[in-house]
Write a protein that binds this ligand. Sequence first.
Ligand code: ADP
Ligand code: ADP
Length: 243
Amino acid sequence: APVVEVRDLVKRYPSGTTALKGVSFQVSARDFIVIIGCSGAGKSTLLRCLNRLLKPTSGQILLLGEDISAVSGGCLQKVRRRVGMIFQQFHLVPRLTVLENVLAGRLRFQNSPIPHTLSLARIFPKRDLEHAVRCLAEVGIEDLAYQRADTLSGGQQQRVAIARVLAQEPDVILADEPIASLDPRSASAVMNLLREIHETKGIPVLVNLHHLDFVKRYAKRILGMQNGRLVYDGPSSLLEAEL
Ligand code: ADP
Ligand code: ADP
């Protein structure tokens, strides 16, 4: 069975804009998908529907066969844990340490408020701390565990965000313009990391990108979006001529 199956997905915003006009595709564990398309094509809306930051207007999203398009409450929290997402602007808690940011990822999904004190590490069992440190090691920044998040470079912050997603043990990883705020070297490092996680853990990845050189380097499969519709779904090789 596919990890994710999207059927005829429609998203209309309250403003009246229909950002998705019937999108369908399947994602398997072997997929490293890059989503391309002009600004306003619906790429970000699609990812935000997949992890249910947004509720689709109609259509279905199946996660390992289970329809998540209309779940709410505790089920919704669980969906957001299983569908990890990283963002262009990292979305870390600036006053917390790196380790606490990774741990806070767990709190978010228990519906608990994130404490204002720097004592988060004390309220978690040792097992959770060790797991968080292992996730930091996987992205190569365990030596930064006790630094405050707002002292890090952009590339380091994005690694923390990836470690936080790994700590969720997700079924699929989404990334919405994850390198748009980074210099080229950090951007390559972040994309290499996502590819390595995909290859070693067998987790499918869907990433919105607009730098065409990165699209060519990393995409195994491309979804092309235009005006709320999927207009291309296939290997990057067939698109080379047009990119
Ligand atoms: P990007 O193109 O990088 O995804 P945008 O500048 O389009 O970013 O959007 C930034 C934020 O503004 C997003 O949270 C998006 O949901 C919101 N947004 C975009 N377009 C509209 C709109 N027409 N009305 C209200 N909010 C919008
Ligand atoms: P992309 O990620 O491809 O740039 P988006 O998904 O951000 O596209 O936007 C798709 C369309 O939906 C655009 O017309 C955008 O203005 C609109 N849109 C995005 N977010 C919102 C929002 N929060 N409210 C209203 N319209 C939005």
